[in-house]
Design a protein around this ligand. Structure first.
Ligand SMILES: *Cc1c(COP(=O)(O)O)cnc(C)c1O
Length: 440
């Protein structure tokens, strides 16, 4: 061991000794903190006079609608789209009412419909499955890997001649294995939709998430990186996909500002919905987009400090990260090798007054009763009425690895406003609890 390594090891040992106050709070010892530490909602903690000014301007000009109003041509949503596209490294961005709406718009842009199959991870949010069904297509669930994201090696065996799209969801701030996903997609001529709802602001090998596949979607709901309570966005570099997205989100027509953006129109009217963003939302999201890097830098730095503070713990295994530098750091997750140990970790951390949790913010879709029953809004709905739709089975037996991974990881959710002292408490609690839990 060279001197530097020796000093580092000695330092770590000293930290460990300092943070070894003995008995777990769970067993009657003194907790690391007096009061519980919980992560909050990120974006709203950064609200200030900027969001206020944007909102007031919309109020005072009495122009809450994005396309026209008494106060001249409204510009908030348009400006948000411009700056959001630039931040995401994409040519085009479209503001919509939610992340779910963004998924529906993206699926419409990609012309996904009855008879098509879409492969998505078994562990993700309802919106992914629901919008595939609402498009009339068939959702096919693939296993996740230790990154909590879709496992590229499981995608291949779920592909059929009807497969058209892979929904690559970047869950809990962590990029999916995009190189391998894109390679599978390329070799089977499939499109890739990136769902970045839980990873707004994260990147993969230097590129912002959402700009790498054919289309990217984002949610700007309260639980996501930046927020106006509700909101969503679609990005793409393809002018035709953008035109179809814009038309679908606005009843099938194309408004002048978006005509200007596409240059030459290539499509005609078709049947669309209304997912237009309003100017209040656009104003708040404009202010929030300008703060995105600040939020991301803060969360990342906090997660980094926790990783650094615990990485020397013997045998510790973190969530798999395909690009650690691009990860948001929504949470620091540890593999406990089994559910019993993981659950003991969660209980022990709670007793130390540090909130810890398993992988959260999503559901194991194939285990949900309404999905196993293939319950849709109409008995003749196309998704499950084709021979393949009738034959497909959901249920826990279709995703055993997802259930296993979901059960054996536990971690601490991060917050951009955690203080040094908060982070030191998290580190101290993990250093206290982890050895006890893995010894058992
Ligand atoms: C939140 C979320 C959505 C949907 O976003 P809403 O704005 O709530 O409609 C879609 N996909 C994932 C992975 C999400 O976490």
């Amino acid at each position: 061991m060279d001197r530097r390594k020796f000093m580092a090891a000695a330092g770590a040992a000293a930290t460990a000794a300092q943070a070894a106050p003995g008995k777990l709070a769970l067993d009657g010892g003194k907790p690391v903190r007096d009061k519980p530490l919980k992560a909050g909602y990120w974006g709203t903690q950064f609200y200030d006079e900027k969001e206020r000014a944007e909102l007031l301007e919309v109020l005072e000009t009495r122009s809450p609608f994005r396309w026209y109003g008494p106060g001249g041509t409204p510009k908030k949503v348009l400006q948000f789209e411009k700056e959001f596209a630039a931040r995401m490294g994409a040519k085009y961005a479209l503001g919509v009412t939610s992340g779910t709406a963004a998924l529906q718009v993206a699926l419409a842009a990609l012309e996904i419909g009855p008879g098509d199959e879409v492969i998505l991870p078994a562990w993700t949010w309802h919106s992914c499955f629901n919008t595939i069904v609402l498009a009339g297509a068939l959702p096919v669930c693939a296993e996740i890997d230790e990154s909590f994201n879709i496992d590229p090696s499981d995608i291949e065996r779920r592909i059929t001649p009807r497969t058209k799209l892979i929904m690559a969801v970047h869950l809990q701030g962590n990029p999916a294995d995009l190189d391998r996903i894109l390679a599978v997609a390329r070799s089977h001529k499939l499109r890739v939709l990136e769902d970045c709802a839980q990873s707004v602001g994260a990147s993969y090998k230097g590129k912002p998430l959402g700009s790498i596949g054919d289309v990217g979607i984002y949610s700007l709901q309260l639980n996501k990186t930046i927020t106006a309570g509700e909101g969503g966005a679609v990005v793409t570099n393809d002018p035709v996909l953008y035109e179809r997205a814009s038309r679908f989100h606005d009843l099938g027509g194309l408004r002048a500002p978006h005509q200007d953006a596409v240059g030459k129109q290539q499509l005609d009217w078709f049947i669309g919905a209304n997912y237009r963003m309003n100017e209040f939302t656009g104003g708040v999201l404009l202010a929030q987009t300008r703060k995105l890097d600040k939020v991301v830098d803060a969360v990342r730095a906090n997660a980094q400090r926790v990783y650094e503070g615990i990485r020397d713990l013997p045998g510790i295994k973190f969530r798999r990260r395909y690009d650690p530098a691009g990860e948001l750091g929504s949470g620091v997750f540890i593999d406990f090798g089994g559910k019993q140990r993981r659950d003991r970790f969660l209980a022990a951390m709670k007793a130390e007054n540090i909130t810890a949790a398993g992988p959260g913010g999503s559901v194991i879709l194939p285990t949900l009763p309404h999905i196993m029953a293939k319950r849709t809004l109409h008995p003749a709905w196309p998704s499950f009425n084709t021979p393949r739709g009738k034959a497909i089975r959901y249920g826990p037996e279709t995703c055993p690895r997802t259930i296993d991974i979901h059960g054996r990881f536990g971690g601490v959710p991060m917050d951009p406003k955690f203080t040094r002292a908060d982070l030191d408490d998290i580190i101290a609690a993990i250093r206290k609890v982890y050895p006890e839990v893995v010894r058992a």
